[in-house]
Design a binder for this molecule. Sequence first.
Ligand SMILES: [Zn+2]
Ligand SMILES: [Zn+2]
Length: 357
Amino acid sequence: MKDRPTDKGRRDVLKQAGRLAVLGATAQLAPSLLAIPGVSAQAGGGRGAGPAPAPRGTQLVLLGTQGGPSVNLGRSEAAYALTVDGRSYLVDCGYGTLRALVASGIAYQQLATIFVTHLHDDHTADLAALLTHQWTGSRSEPTDVYGPHGTAAMVAGALAFFKANADIRIVDEGRTVRPEALFHGHDLAATAAPAEAFKDQRVTVTSVENAHYPERSRQQMPYRSIAYRFDTPGRSIVISGDTAYSKNLIELAKGADLFVCEVMDLTIYETMMARAKADTDNGNANSISRHVAETHSTTADVGRMAAEARVKTVVLAHLLPGSNRPGLAEFPDTAYIEDVRKNFSGEVIVGRDQMVL
Ligand SMILES: [Zn+2]
Ligand SMILES: [Zn+2]
């Protein structure tokens, strides 16, 4: 079935409405406004034109929809921003996230809560950049980073990375707050059954271990990969993280309004499996091709999981190939949608950077 024009039109309307809601009334600052003393577009998208009324409700912005470690100009690496009644939460922080936040109008300076699905670099590469710019931008409130085993150590590593920056500016600019007083990493348990990971007045976050790391790898390392569910007063949104078909994820996603799931086109899967077989024949059983083929979800897997969880809408993100096809055109949306719909009859949306849902 073709991606109906009405779907696209509706998405465009949703996108515009959502963007305006996220941005408040000052989405675009005219150059003339920037000349007024005290009005600035700098420091984390702080728009400076007076406080906009906090938008109500829940919006999800797809900040980065490229699958895998790939720096390209079409899509950023994985990241999502959930905004609930004007407060934003970041999920994953792949390369390009900081610029994507600025583009979306979400003030990165204000982000206090960050969730990481796993510690592959296409989900974390901008974390040190984000935290150090929060500090240099004079953030004075804590920022907490939650994720599976290794997250606390990664945040400590980010602090080590920008220690010199802090030392210089403390001497040079009279700053008094040390970064280690603000930035904290927290390791979450990776559980088979949904377990509460975080809760405040706006959102309850639940997580499970997904199926990104095969058993043979899990046995040799403490690292785990998790999926998150965000329940707000109005909506339920699940972010799959990177995963192959996962019963745990299906349980987490039961009845969700939005199921944001990673996806790999079937042709990529077939190519990778063929390469993995050739690698195995050559004595390399743990090749990158095997990793890609076995640890991600095909369009068929996504459709099965969405149907079994009875979600309302599937949003495809972490796209493989996405824009990582040098010299070739973008993969057509219809190729992804048709294959997911073989198993799932609900709405399917192919994610793009800056899409607001
Ligand atoms: Zn990834
Ligand atoms: Zn990964």
